[in-house]
Design a binder for this molecule. Structure first.
Ligand code: NAD
Length: 433
């Protein structure tokens, strides 16, 4: 099939590349010309394992191209995907300005029947709004279909090529079937729903996963007070198939471009119909507090943070991505500086993106993990990159001024810590302190 993807970010680029790898002809469009110029030069604007190779293969084989122009790609396509951002507005609602603009641009370019697929995460009712915007600007026929995206950064290609399920929300049976045909090589689990249910499935899924994270983080906080080990508790819970083992890793809370904004947006969606989503409000509040446990643990061990040097391992919101949107580090690093600390930071991939979001004279940008720990009064692990997990802690201990380690992701084992003299803090494992 001939496909056009509007918005060449984490979702649009990965989806477009994967669809081209399945044999479709794909044009990825973005209005950000430096991004498209990079892609045309064979460079990749985001870090996602395996993506560079897949782009090179499919551009060389002539199935994948990039453009800043929307008209010709829309005219040549049978299916047009909308994968633009839907960031959070100050009141928590999703900002739909990029969706509206993409809809208008598609409408103006239409030259005949197309299926317009919304992959962006959008509040219930938005696909109807897209239909209205396009319908007001064109007489050409079209269908709007909601296919929410569930990929995770860091494993986006695997998630796209092997999704747990594909949700297709449509009014038109024919359009739903065409979109099902496109996705059948990926999975047999295709669930066709009405459009509003599809939109809600995305928010409900993310809100549920965020709830699991905040739940286990609260259990971890209680474990610290009652002397239980949250990793064993999670293992014991996770073996129950009704619960499941995933998203039960206690830590410093969720971040990233989806969970924070989607939980806020769902609270607003509920609020707009006068429903107070109390449970989800607590999930958000718990998540916000959880990241600051790192600061309290540092204060417990160092007392006053003023004049101290704290090493930070990991700036990305999770490993295997360069994305720092809503990363815990973006709150923890400024908080340390506010308390008067100097901060030495290191991340294998996300340093540049972090620096664009937050820079300060009290930050020292280190070139490797050992350098970030050197001469520090304490070290905090915020992102569980493999590189940190595999580090020889005895070597790290030697370069630090004081051997204090706050493991925000519970990556180190008792055995590893016992070989060192570290004063060690993790999350919900008080016996390891
Ligand atoms: P992103 O910010 O990485 O990319 C969005 C891109 O859209 C940008 O490159 C921007 O320049 C482009 N854009 C905006 N308006 C445009 C227009 N009119 N024409 C052409 N390009 C335009 O965003 P993302 O992380 O890929 O997320 C996209 C959507 O997918 C969001 O709604 C998000 O909630 C959802 N989503 C994201 C993820 C994820 O892990 N990132 C996972 C599932 C769903």
């Amino acid at each position: 099939m001939n496909l056009t993807v509007i918005g060449t970010g984490y979702v649009g680029l990965v989806s477009g590349v994967c669809f081209s790898d399945l044999g479709n002809n794909v044009v990825c469009v973005d209005k950000d010309s430096p991004k498209i110029e990079m892609l045309l030069r064979g460079e990749v604007p985001i870090y996602e394992p395996g993506l560079k190779e897949l782009i090179a293969k499919n551009t060389a084989e002539g199935r994948l191209s990039f453009s800043t122009d929307i008209s010709a790609p829309v005219q040549d396509a049978e299916i047009v995907f909308i994968a633009v951002g839907t960031p959070q507005l100050p009141n928590g609602e999703a900002n739909l300005q990029y969706i509206d603009q993409a809809a208008r641009e598609i409408a103006v370019a239409l030259n005949g029947y197309k299926i317009i697929v919304t992959k962006s995460t959008v509040p219930v009712g938005t696909n109807e709004r897209i239909k209205q915007i396009i319908g007001e600007l064109t007489t050409h026929p079209f269908d709007v279909v909601s296919v929410p995206e569930f990929l995770r950064e860091g494993s986006a290609i695997k998630d796209t090529l092997h999704p747990d399920r594909v949700i297709i929300g449509a009014e038109s049976k024919e359009a739903a079937e065409t979109i099902a045909v496109l996705h059948r090589p990926l999975t047999s689990k295709i669930i066709v729903t009405d459009i509003r249910s599809a939109e809600m499935i995305k928010y409900a899924s993310n809100a549920f996963l965020a709830t699991k994270i905040s739940f286990i983080n609260e259990i971890a906080n209680i474990c610290e007070k009652v002397g239980a080990d949250v990793t064993l508790v999670a293992k014991g819970m996770g073996e129950d198939r009704r619960i499941g083992a995933s998203f039960l890793n206690a830590g410093i809370g969720y971040g990233g471009s989806c969970f924070p904004k989607d939980t806020h947006a769902l609270i607003q969606i509920a609020g707009n119909v006068e429903y107070d989503f109390k449970l989800l409000r607590s999930v958000v509040e718990v998540n916000q507090m959880q990241r600051f446990n790192v600061i309290s643990k540092l204060q417990e061990s160092l007392e006053d943070l003023a004049g101290k040097t704290v090493g930070i391992w990991g700036l990305a919101f999770k490993p295997n991505t360069d994305d720092v949107r809503e990363a815990p580090a973006l709150e923890i690093v400024p908080a340390l500086i506010t308390h008067g600390a100097k901060v030495k930071v290191y991340d294998p991939i996300a340093m540049d993106k972090f620096r664009k979001e937050y820079n300060h004279e009290s930050i020292l940008w280190s070139s490797n993990a050992v350098a970030a720990a050197a001469e520090c009064d304490a070290l905090c692990l915020l992102t569980e990159w493999d590189e940190f997990v595999k580090t020889d802690l005895q070597q790290i201990e030697k370069v630090m001024d004081r051997p204090i380690l706050v493991d925000g992701r519970n990556v180190f084992s008792q055995e590893q810590i016992e070989k060192t003299d570290f004063t060690y803090y993790s999350v919900g494992r008080p016996m390891m302190n």
